[in-house]
Design a protein around this ligand. Sequence first.
Ligand code: NDP
Ligand code: 8X3
Length: 252
Amino acid sequence: MKKTVLITGATAGIGKATAYRFAAENHRVIITGRRKALLEKVAVDLRDKFQAEVLPLAFDVRDRSAVEQHLGNLPDDWKAIDILVNNAGLAAGLDPVHEANPGDWDLMIDTNVKGLLYVSKVIIPIMVRQGHGHIFNIGSIAGKEVYPKGSVYCATKHAVDALTRGMRMDLLPHGIKVTQIAPGATETEFSLVRFKGDRERAEKVYKGYEPLEGEDVAEIIHFISILPERVNVNDILIMPMAQASATIFHKM
Ligand code: NDP
Ligand code: 8X3
């Protein structure tokens, strides 16, 4: 059955790969992100490659009124959202807590926690009215463990872990599944963003081992979405083979 899938943060990385995975299965995708030109490029490519129905919406998930304006006024034929992938997120900086930049804290908390909530607040009532839906929250190994210099990013992903569990309880009577996807090291724009464009430093993060690719995570999201109605995967932690914890890697 053709589904309507809303993916936040689909201009790059895991979100983009997820949009391709669902479009490849002939589902309709609503893709979002701040970089409008990039978003349009993804939309054109999805239409070309898969003849997919795509609705690109450029907005910042930190801006509550922009979220409400874009997602609260979807065209009628795009309103019936079956799957929400709360993916938009980032790390900013890698610093001991007393040396970190409070602006980075705001950016991470506003995007990873409040942005996820703003989007969910608009979409969940649609799913409640429908009596079905599936929400995927992209957490992280950083939501399971804390590592040095990552306190605030880890705190935001611990918040995603808690919000996922809370949503699952609240949405249980409404036929809505809630799944947390918690990846380990995945080579995307994540480190480039964390290190504010320092490509050399970003590339080092993925040197000496084979990290996950966005497509690996997308494959798992898609797989979980097609399990029988009676099955929900509550939480899944996905690592590269060369990673055993947030800080332990087997590098060559
Ligand atoms: P990327 O940087 O490649 O992609 C992040 C996406 O989020 C982009 O599409 C970006 O779009 C979007 N985004 C960021 N901030 C905002 C915002 N304020 N409003 C709207 N969209 C936004 O990173 P990943 O694909 O790796 O990250 C995706 C998710 O996966 C994040 O939640 C991240 O924390 C999580 N994660 C990543 C891991 C990794 O190792 N890469 C591991 C575990 C979890 P744009 O810039 O156009 O707005
Ligand atoms: C991204 C993975 O280990 O850099 O969430 O925090 S990590």
